[in-house]
Write a protein that binds this ligand. Structure first.
Ligand SMILES: [Zn+2]
Length: 330
């Protein structure tokens, strides 16, 4: 059994978290070992101060931990998880909510500052990796674990045989911008031709990605809140809307559209990847009915007469991002 230390960096829009972990590498055929978190630090990302400041923040965090344990940064594997992606060809950041990083060679600059190559993945892939190896998916021995982020946006990550599968362009798992609506049951269509399994979806404004009908426009938390506001003229937060669905028809309708989009979207993912497990994370994943009514909607749309795929809640909470980042380097 070999023990290694590695460092995970979760580079968020407002805060950056770092964790030093110790893990025992499993021998081939052996069950993965638990990992031990030796220390954690958290600091503001400081994106408003610009690219050089963010680079310095991350570099200093890593150097500080390395100095504390008496290791040269060249001997300490580092993985970084962040929103957006690093383009495969040029190594530039794109789609990060720390906007000063976009278009800049952050991976290359950080690797140069640390004296070793840092591993990068987007935060959804880190979430999926951590849950697959250490959390809800740790019993899964083979195949795909699909990690879903349902929060202010909708994202996802694929883990295949214990490794993140970012894909050729780093797009693997990005299911949030596939169109799910609006489409409705055709009037007068014979029942044998159209499966009338759910409600219709109302039209939504164009998505920031430029397309119409994206899943994120229905299933993200702010999307449900905007839909409720449009229906009632009243602002309410998602938990409040969810709690009111028994007594408020507008709340019920807004939640129903969210469930419908969730069902259509996740069924498509299952038809393509047929994952061994789907794990839900992000703020919206705390809604209990996703695991009952939401799963029923998925079952209604999946191309099978039964749904065997376990769709479960995350186990690691907020720690998944930083732990997944630490698992990137091995
Ligand atoms: Zn979109």
């Amino acid at each position: 059994m070999r023990e290694i230390l590695s460092l995970g960096v979760d580079l968020g829009g407002t805060k950056t978290e770092i964790a030093l972990v110790k893990r025992s590498l499993a021998e081939p055929g052996e069950a993965p070992k638990a990992i031990e978190v030796l220390l954690r630090r958290r600091t503001p990302t400081g994106g408003e101060k610009g690219y050089d400041a963010v680079l310095a923040t991350v570099t200093e965090l890593v150097r500080g931990v390395a100095a504390e344990i008496g290791i040269d940064t060249r001997d300490l594997p580092v993985g970084v998880g962040m929103p957006g992606s690093v383009t495969r060809r040029e190594g530039f950041v794109k789609n990060s909510n720390t906007v000063c990083l976009n278009g800049r060679p952050f991976r290359e600059d950080l690797s140069r500052a640390l004296g070793r190559e840092a591993a990068f993945e987007n935060d959804a892939n880190c979430f999926a990796l951590a849950e697959a190896r250490l959390g809800a998916g740790k019993q899964v021995r083979e195949g795909v674990v699909f990690g879903v982020i349902l929060g202010t946006g909708v994202g996802g990550g694929i883990v295949f045989d214990g490794k993140p599968w970012g894909g050729l362009q780093g797009l693997g798992g990005e299911w949030g911008h596939h169109p799910v609506g609006p489409w409705r049951r055709q009037r007068n269509a014979p029942a044998t031709e159209v499966r009338d399994v759910g409600a219709g979806l109302s039209e939504r404004p164009q998505c920031f990605c430029g397309k119409m009908g994206c899943l994120e426009l229905y299933a993200a938390g702010p999307a449900v809140e905007r839909d409720y506001l449009r229906r009632t003229g009243r602002s309410a937060r998602l938990p409040e809307i969810a709690a009111a669905r028994g007594s408020d028809v507008h709340a019920a309708a807004a939640i129903d559209e969210m469930l419908e989009a969730f069902g259509r979207g996740l069924a498509t993912v299952i038809d393509i990847l047929d994952p061994s497990l789907i794990v839900l994370g992000g703020g919206v994943s705390n809604l209990e009915f996703l695991y009952t009514e939401g799963v029923e909607r998925v079952a209604a749309y999946v191309l099978n007469d039964e749904l065997l795929t376990p769709i479960v809640r995350h186990e690691l909470g907020d720690s998944a991002g930083v732990l997944g980042a630490a698992l990137l380097s091995s």
